[in-house]
Design a protein around this ligand. Structure first.
Ligand SMILES: [Zn+2]
Length: 350
């Protein structure tokens, strides 16, 4: 058969195979095509391929109508036809799901915190658990979304992170889930959120959870917005009159010079980072401690900004007040990032 006619004939069988293979997969944009079979080398192969793909495009367009439209740049699904076997390869684009989490527990990690000595196998350091902290925010929300989307798996990427003993309050911290091979690209947000929060049993909440466009999904883990914190500062011997005012005045506008904290030194190279304190306010509490609210550039070590970390962070509450200080409790109040909306044309199920 001459190559154009052969391509058209092959496309008719291929269209049926594509429609069958696509059953059970949710996608609204696609790219479908095949390459020339071995029997059509060179120029003939190119004629076959073009004829086959053109016919395939027409047949799929008729079958799917406006529900699924061809898209060349970032299709939600790529379908590759193998001629002459008519095997269909499905390549769904990853699905990005945006969310925010509130962490109400002071004993909860963002992602699994494995024991650094045994790396999860279990040893004396971790009493055989393999973990330094039980549970994680990621383990509450990721399985619920993976299952709702029928995905093969997924990863959790936070917009920064906080220590396990730090609460994340306010509107919550932005994060993105990147799902591999999702069968569904929309889900009932309220139901999934209820499942994730049931798993968290009061330790975490997920006030925002919906799909986003790929660009937004890739941006969220990479931005470094300012943050607001609330800390309980314990001053050795108790805070004196005027300490709250001196602390706020000493920190507001200061540029913190922070050597890598001793507590994270094993995980990160020792270097000096400079971060600005954008605003600071403090008040004396009745029990002799201070309550400190600060707004800082991303990446500031707040506990060390209070303790001074043995002189590795300056200035600090300790250096400003001239007495040892400790951060007894820390909350993140705000991660200053705007929420990306859902992808255009996508319903949100609140
Ligand atoms: Zn261990």
């Amino acid at each position: 058969m001459e190559p154009a006619a052969a391509g058209e004939a092959a496309a008719r069988g291929a269209a049926e195979a594509v429609l069958r293979a696509a059953e059970g997969w949710e996608f609204s944009t696609y790219l479908c095509g095949g390459s020339a079979p071995p029997g059509f080398p060179g120029e003939a192969g190119e004629v076959f391929r073009k004829a086959a793909n053109r016919t395939l495009g027409t047949l799929l367009g008729e079958a799917w109508g406006g529900a699924r439209i061809p898209e060349f740049r970032n299709p939600e699904m790529r379908l590759v036809v193998r001629f002459p076997s008519l095997e269909i390869e499905l390549h769904p684009a990853p699905l990005f799901v945006y969310g925010r989490y509130r962490k109400l527990s002071r004993a909860l990690a963002q992602t699994p915190f494995h024991c650094p000595l045994c790396r999860g196998r279990g040893c004396r350091n971790c009493a055989g658990r393999g973990r330094m902290v039980e549970g994680s925010v990621a383990e509450f929300v990721l399985p619920a979304v993976v299952e709702a989307c029928g995905a093969a798996g997924g990863v959790f990427k936070g917009c920064g992170r906080e220590d396990a003993d730090v609460r994340m309050l306010g509107r919550g911290r932005p994060f993105v889930l990147e799902l591999a091979r999702p069968r569904r690209r929309t889900f009932d947000g309220a139901a999934v959120r209820a499942r994730a929060e049931a798993a968290a049993a009061g330790a975490a909440e997920f006030p925002v959870l919906h799909p986003v466009a790929r660009e937004a999904g890739e941006r969220v883990p990479a931005v470094h917005p300012p943050k607001r914190y609330l800390a309980r500062v314990e001053v050795e011997g108790g805070a004196a009159a005027g300490d709250a005012e001196r602390l706020a005045a000493g920190l507001a506008g200061a540029v913190l010079s922070q050597r890598t904290p001793v507590r994270v030194e094993r995980r990160r190279a020792d270097r000096v980072r400079e971060r600005r304190v954008l605003a600071a306010a403090a008040r004396a509490l009745e029990d002799g401690a201070l309550e400190l609210e600060v707004r800082t550039e991303a990446g500031a070590y707040i506990k060390e900004m209070i303790s001074g970390d043995g002189g590795r962070t300056t200035p600090s509450a300790a250096s400003i007040l001239g007495r040892p200080c400790a951060c007894a409790a820390l909350d993140v109040l705000e991660v200053e990032m705007e929420d990306p909306g859902p992808p255009l044309g996508r319903p949100i199920h609140p």
